[in-house]
Design a protein around this ligand. Structure first.
Ligand SMILES: [Zn+2]
Length: 164
């Protein structure tokens, strides 16, 4: 482990309430491990009876729309920005649902249920090969199984029955 500021090799030092934490002797600072934050979005129409799923060109399965939170941005801003970038649609409202830490890539995923305005045709950006409106039942069939996205989707569907 090396310092992200100066490149010095880090050593472990005891930090109160934290235990052993990587420490840079040159910067004289603790270097807490970093992780990314992203939003995962269950996109629904205004009537809240259809869910929009995404598919990448190289994949068979469908996934949820997602995007990284930019440095300095709050997650409530990330949601409409990503929906605009990926779909060209406006967000009517968004509700925070829950979060999960994705260990393999060190990403904290924040899940939102997002209602979009459908008065415009979808304009996909190049990252996404297909976007498909599905009933909740179809969405559960199409989503990649055993994933965080599947869990977020099934929670969102329970929430939709109450309307957000
Ligand atoms: Zn350093």
């Amino acid at each position: 482990m090396y310092c992200r500021n100066c490149g010095e090799k880090l050593s472990l030092r005891f930090c109160e309430n934290e235990g052993l934490v990587p420490y840079c002797n040159r910067c004289e600072n603790y270097m807490f491990p970093q992780f990314s934050v992203a939003v995962s979005m269950v996109v629904v129409n205004r009537a809240q009876d259809k869910i929009l799923l995404a598919k990448h060109a190289e994949d068979e399965d469908f996934i949820l729309f997602a995007g990284y939170v930019k440095k300095g941005e709050n997650a409530e801003k990330t949601v409409p920005r990503e929906i605009k970038e990926e779909l060209g649609l406006d967000v009517v409202k968004a509700k925070y649902m829950s979060s999960r830490y994705y260990q393999p890539k060190d990403i904290l995923m924040l899940n939102f249920l997002v209602v979009v305005e459908e008065n415009r045709p979808i304009k996909l950006n190049e990252e996404i090969a297909e976007a498909r409106w599905c009933t909740p039942e179809e969405a559960l069939q199409l989503i990649r199984k055993g994933t965080t996205a599947e869990q977020f989707l099934s929670n969102a569907i329970k929430e939709l029955k109450r309307k957000i």
